[in-house]
Design a protein around this ligand. Sequence first.
Ligand SMILES: NC(=O)c1ccc[n+]([C@@H]2O[C@H](COP(=O)([O-])OP(=O)(O)OC[C@H]3O[C@@H](n4cnc5c(N)ncnc54)[C@H](O)[C@@H]3O)[C@@H](O)[C@H]2O)c1
Length: 307
Amino acid sequence: MPNRIALIGSGLIGCGWAVVFSRAGWDVALHDIKPGRAKQAVEDTKASLANLEACGFLESADACAQHLLPVGSLDEAIEGATFVQENVLETPEEKLAVFQELDRKVPGDIILGSSASTIPASKFTEHLDGRERCIIVHPCTPPYLVPLVEIVPAPWTAAATTQYCVDLMTDVNLVPILLHKEMYGFVLNRLQVALVNEAMHLVGQGVASPADVEKTLKNGLGLRWSFMGPFQTMDLAAPTGFKEYATKFGHSYRNMGKELGVAEEWSTDAIDQVDRFLRDEVPLDKLAERGQWRDRKLMKLASDTDN
Ligand SMILES: NC(=O)c1ccc[n+]([C@@H]2O[C@H](COP(=O)([O-])OP(=O)(O)OC[C@H]3O[C@@H](n4cnc5c(N)ncnc54)[C@H](O)[C@@H]3O)[C@@H](O)[C@H]2O)c1
């Protein structure tokens, strides 16, 4: 039986998965509740595949595109599926409705993944008969170029389900990390939220312009963080390594930590300022084009990465 993934929900992330799995030679069935969306999703996926091929990241976009199959119903999507990945809206109610249907209809030995980016699986799988085969498989955007994927089992997820997903993600050229316990927002988004909330707070407080905060990441923190994490960054910022850094600077982190606006509401003024800055840079009708530009930048970076 050929490997086949059923994608339930074919928006931005569904399309991302379609690239990842078709690139790995899997058949990909795309389903979406919105009429016409699955077909459009195939076109969007083809555009990403073509961009990857043009930059030498793929041998044949056409060969990958042969694997893409838009379908009209969930039943058609799961027919013959060897793995199912849900990518609908980020609410426990939507996830629950889809997982109830999947658990009823998909054969018991097939694993059911969810792309949820903040909601743990225990919030919508507890009362399912097949709850041990349900798990969060949370990708980045776009998953075909930003390879980290968070595997987050619920307390009742079977160890075999978790292992299957870790192996599967490795097989399709992603980089899985495994969470040992559930936590709202998982790891990546918790880190991102801490930073982004403070960025909005700094703009809202009039400390720096959106353009300068953007530069701080682009020309500062982000340069280092594109190839090493915060721990290694600190290890290289004191002559005898991390422990010296922690002794010298740990108290500054604690003091600054107390002042951070990471739990503040984003102010309307900060939202307006950031929006004006972004629309001056890229008008709305050029946003999709900008997405392709981002992908090309990521490809340049990826070709330079040696880890
Ligand atoms: N956008 C991101 O950066 C990102 C990153 C990682 C994970 N995620 C997660 O992936 C999931 C999808 O996010 P997205 O950004 O692709 O959203 P999106 O709005 O682009 O796509 C969601 C799609 O699901 C469809 N849909 C809704 N209910 C459905 C149903 N019952 N059956 C079939 N299709 C249905 C919608 O019509 C829509 O096309 C969310 O849980 C989100 O948190 C998003």
